[in-house]
Design a protein around this ligand. Structure first.
Ligand code: NDP
Length: 280
């Protein structure tokens, strides 16, 4: 374990970005290319996309943002994806969620070439993840695994509980922990005795979206607690974990902000560079 029990995603993400920037210079040639498709005017989506653009610029990834009107049809969006699939200067494609009702996020995810699917949402990459094969996997869980390894947290043989079963966080997190030989349990809103289950966890991942939901009663003393949740409240950004009270009893814990959030973008860049290396 590192000197502090607070796992700074911000600090680690900086190191990841610096390594990526060095790699890009060392390998040289055409820079990695990321294309981000954004539909409509959702303010949060605009902020995320602009953060992604900035982060790309800093490490030497060339980013393009394709802005489509809220009323875009599924066919038009798929046509745009097809153009990007064929563009040899584009290594990674992502479509910022949420999408408007007339467009199916699943159909869009399946239209992106698996080799360019830097969000890791294509069914082929989902299959590769669960089969233990190489592929592109969702950035948030990939970042969490890298952070835990960076801090020498024991995963092999650990009892891990994930609260939340989304395709973006909970399920891929379970697959990645399982690949590293943790014993994994995925909890959700129908789970009976959630507290009792969580209290058995050596690694507890909270991906619920309910501010300060995970209190000390859910945490085994000494456990590693990973807080994925982000809720906007009057107190600012708040995680799923009651950090103030849980931190003293945990072995290691990620803060909000500055924990998992910065990892997600850093590992989006990492996926883009990985796709570029394969294309090169
Ligand atoms: P979803 O809303 O898709 O999933 C939430 C999960 O929490 C569901 O599986 C749901 O169960 C479960 N849940 C809800 N209430 C309870 C409860 N009372 N007890 C047990 N389980 C419950 O969210 P996401 O996975 O997309 O995101 C989760 C959080 O993480 C959000 O705050 C989001 O903003 C944040 N996030 C942060 C990222 C980052 O970079 N830091 C990246 C992605 C997400 P059920 O399936 O039964 O409904």
């Amino acid at each position: 374990m590192a000197e502090s029990s607070v796992l700074s995603g911000r600090k680690f993400a900086k190191e990841v970005r610096r390594n990526l920037a060095e790699d890009i210079v060392k390998i040289g040639g055409r820079p990695p290319g990321l294309a981000v498709v954004i539909v409509g005017d959702d303010p949060a989506s605009r902020v995320y996309v602009s953060m992604k653009e900035k982060a790309c610029g800093k490490v030497g990834i060339s980013s393009t943002v394709i802005r489509l009107d809220e009323s875009v049809s599924q066919e038009e969006l798929l046509l745009q994806i097809d153009i990007l699939n064929q563009d040899t200067s584009v290594d990674g494609i992502l479509c910022q969620l949420p999408l408007p009702d007339q467009v199916s996020a699943d159909i869009v995810a399946s239209a992106i070439l698996p080799e360019k699917d830097v969000d890791g949402f294509h069914p082929v990459n989902v299959g590769r993840l669960w089969r233990g094969e190489d592929g592109l996997f969702p950035c948030t869980p990939v970042g969490i695994m890298a952070l835990m390894k960076h801090h020498n947290i024991k995963i092999d043989g650990a009892d891990a509980v994930i609260v939340g079963r989304s395709n973006i966080v909970g399920k891929p997190m379970a697959a990645l922990l399982l690949r590293e030989s943790a014993t994994v349990c995925v909890a959700h809103s129908h789970t009976s005795d959630l507290q009792g289950l969580c209290r058995k966890a050596d690694i507890l991942v909270a991906a619920v979206g309910r501010p300060r939901f995970i209190t000390t009663e859910f945490v085994k003393p000494g456990a590693t607690v990973i807080d994925v949740g982000i809720s906007r409240t009057d107190d600012g950004l708040v995680g799923d974990v009651d950090f103030e009270n849980v931190a003293p009893i945990s072995g290691a814990i990620t803060p909000v902000p500055g924990g998992v959030g910065p990892l997600t973008i850093a590992f989006l860049l990492s996926n883009t560079v990985a796709a570029w290396k394969r294309n090169n």
